[in-house]
Design a protein around this ligand. Sequence first.
Ligand code: AMP
Length: 750
Amino acid sequence: MSFVTVQFSSSPDLQSGCQVVVTIVAICGLAAAAATRSQGIIRFERIVSLNRSYWMSHSFGRKRSWRFLLEALLAPSEKMRVFNIESVIDEFETVTKSAGHHQRETLRKILEQNGKAEYLKNLGLGGRTDPESYKARVPLVTHGDLEPYIQRISDGDSSPILTGKPITSISLSSGTTQGKQKYLPFNEELVQSTMQIFQTSYAFRNREYPIGDGKALQFIYGSKQVKTNGGLTATTATTNVYRSEQFKRTMNDIQSQCTSPDEVIFGSDYQQSLYCHLLCGLIYSDEVQFIFSTFAHSLVHSFRTFEQVWEEICTDIREGVLSSRITVPSIREAVSKILVPNPSLADSIYQKCVGLSNWYGVIPELWPNAKYVYGVMTGSMEPYLKKLRHYAGNLPLMSADYGSSEGWIGANVNPSLPPELATFAVLPNIGYFEFIPLEKIGMQELESSLTSIHYKEAEPVDLTEVEVGKEYEVVITNFAVTLTFPHGCDFLDGCDLLLVVNSHSPFTNNLTATRETSEFVAFLYLLVYKVPHCINDATLMFIISKLMFCVTIVACTKSILVLGLHQKHSLYRYRLGDIVRVTGFHNCTPELQFIRRRSLILSINIDKNTEKDLQLSVEAAAKLLAEEKIEVVDFTSHVDTSTEPGHYVIFWELSSVSNDEILHSCCNCLDLSFADAGYVGSRKVSAIGPLELRIVRKGTFDMVLHYYVGLGAALSQFKAPRCVSQSNSKVLQILCMNVTSCYFSTAYEN
Ligand code: AMP
């Protein structure tokens, strides 16, 4: 006996849902008739309505007839996908109106599913799932506290450590937020919540800036995958998301299908991928509805690159032959397929480019139907806004949603606000959120404070208890998902093939979130659609070995069967290290403004400077360069304690050479702009030495980027480290080896 389960994704309302079901039944009827003719036996088992989605499973007895049935079922289901903006907004309104209720429910689900995890058992939660017991027994933690547990998981310990079910994969943070890459339990729920967040913000965005049918020029990249000691795959969370079928489906639904083929996104050489993203974006320039990258840095980096390669791209388009710089075979093959000689397009691009003044407005000029530029533009991305505005000309910039490798937090539902004012409405059903109230401490307390924390903390409050105008550190408790067999393993007997479906789309969604599973799914897809002959034993064994490797499946399959997905939790009361301000409420859920990372980056004595303080100082000093039309391309900092007293070092890469006098004034301005009382006081009494400005060669920050990408960061996820510690010796070495001149501040001399 074998099974097929097909689930049709969210129907806007019950009525159309019913129509869907009726249609499916009709289709299945036809399929059944056909299959019966070919001696198959079809038996409908059940139709279940689940969360506005409709499950239908039926079984049939004849080997191989499944392929026919699958095609009959899946093809119409694809066509039935209708993304209903109003229903997404309605759903968001409903959920946020009862945010408190959803928070309790979310926590209950998380704790119910993970009661057996060693971590929770040891804390004596004893099956309780209410917020009060949870907060009383489970401590607030940082990544450092969880590291020993995550280490055990990545070393291959498959016992229930952090979650009820074993973790099958590991996510890798970009490593550029805090200087080192963090291992996090892989979170398949991230794919789900990413789609929820994307759809929500898209729905609101589209209400104000409707886009037509088309594609998106997306500068997105898969990152390198590494194996942990225990054989688990570790890669960045965005790579996992981009690999998922569900991502592609959602992008399709929201007219955001990437102009580049997958081979470009997952190409092994990010520079070649970037070139091809630009090329493909231009091939489909009339269809492009918006321009996107995860972070603004990547958008700016892309157009800086365009300034260098545009003529070569024009030649490629004119001649229909891909530049010899593209050497990765998979990228070459995929892009060559869509590249045909188009002299008129090449001429038009050429004319437009030469007509631009210093590349101002290049985006709307080359992509005339683009409605906006989209990506994270807040926090550490703010320094790139000026350049991005330059490229975007009159096109609106829209800041994308707020999340991290650990999980998503909120969606931008006020898209018309400029990036500097962007807010994020927390989705109360994607995790359980707490907020640690933070209050700045006074000068006296600051001087006596031995810790690096320059905030007074109060007890964490719940999502609905936060107050407008106040600042908080975000604490998350979130989901991860694991695969489970809803019916046990018995029904595996006598199956040919395993088909994986989940609760959001008709075909193979969640499973695609890891490399192995996506390979498997691609393989399966091939098998179902492309391979005309039946599966032999060797193929079957191959599939099974893949499955056993990538998920916790332990049985042999002898036909198509149904898998379900179960959620499991991975992080409990995890301090994200981000500071946010509450700007208001959307119904009962808070709207957050991202303020900055909490950690201090520059501190020698009693001085305490954050990433934001550094950014403000750099902004102030960079104004002195503006008259010469010179820009700070990128910057970072370092605390140099090799001299006595220690001093701050700021590294700048400039768009062109400036003169010593101006740079010396910039150096003084940087020094004076660190307004933190601890710094000013220490400088005055020479407890901290004069600030040093070091100018690095053009391209130095590209080398830093290259280094991080080599470690596994994705280009689109890259954030320049804003402080390079002594222990980050490789990056420090790159910077120091490229210094062309340095200046010491005289600002406090008199
Ligand atoms: P990663 O280490 O790559 O997972 O990066 C996650 C971090 O990026 C978050 O903890 C934030 O500090 C930052 N981040 C993510 N989204 C935003 C946003 N919309 N605005 C500002 N910062 C963000």
